[in-house]
Design a protein around this ligand. Structure first.
Ligand SMILES: Cc1cc2nc3c(=O)[nH]c(=O)nc-3n(C[C@H](O)[C@H](O)[C@H](O)COP(=O)(O)O)c2cc1C
Length: 160
């Protein structure tokens, strides 16, 4: 399968998770592209996106995985902007994951995941949540491993 992993990543954490998922999916014989976009803001201290650096097209893939960080206990607004501005997303297997700083998913991760799923739903995409990575947790590596394996298994089922 030709799989796209589309991430908004400001400081690189979400991108790192995407790269790990990519390795797991490639081991299954898939072709995987990681597409990162960032956002231009009004200044270094601003976290409000004005414009995205890229707008990757999910429709060129057989399956797509969306990844985004938490910002202020919510889904980062750059990912919300991306999903609102891209055109129609055709029907295909879709998954998503979230990264956050704090150790507990209720400190923003769960809410961000819910928002991401809702936004995708509003674009007629029913995505499957793969998990939240708590960056400051001792479990971080295990969480990334778990998400990578879960993505690989979900896609194997889709192929069968
Ligand atoms: C402005 C701002 C607000 C943030 N708010 C939260 C938060 O509410 N909860 C949390 O756990 N992490 C929060 N974070 C941390 C990021 O979600 C976390 O570092 C994430 O992994 C960053 O992903 P990235 O490196 O791909 O940009 C915040 C980061 C920034 C810059």
């Amino acid at each position: 399968m030709n799989i796209g992993i589309i991430v908004y990543s400001k400081t690189g954490n979400t991108l790192q998770v995407a790269e790990r998922i990519k390795v797991a999916l490639e081991l299954q014989g898939n072709t995987v592209s990681v597409k990162r976009f960032q956002a231009e803001t009004s200044g270094e201290t601003s976290n409000t996106p004005l414009q995205l650096t890229a707008s990757p097209d999910p429709n060129v893939y057989d399956a797509v995985i969306f990844g985004a960080p938490v910002q202020a206990f919510s889904l980062d607004p750059a990912m919300a902007m991306y999903l609102r501005q891209i055109g129609t997303i055709r029907s295909m297997p879709a998954m998503c994951f979230i990264t956050q700083h704090f150790k507990k998913p209720w400190m923003g991760g769960n809410r961000a995941m819910k928002q991401l799923l809702m936004l995708l739903k509003s674009r007629s995409v029913t995505a499957v949540p793969m998990g939240v990575v708590n960056w400051s947790s001792e479990q971080r590596d295990a969480q990334i491993e778990f998400i990578s394996r879960k993505c690989a298994e979900a896609l194997k089922e889709n192929r069968a």
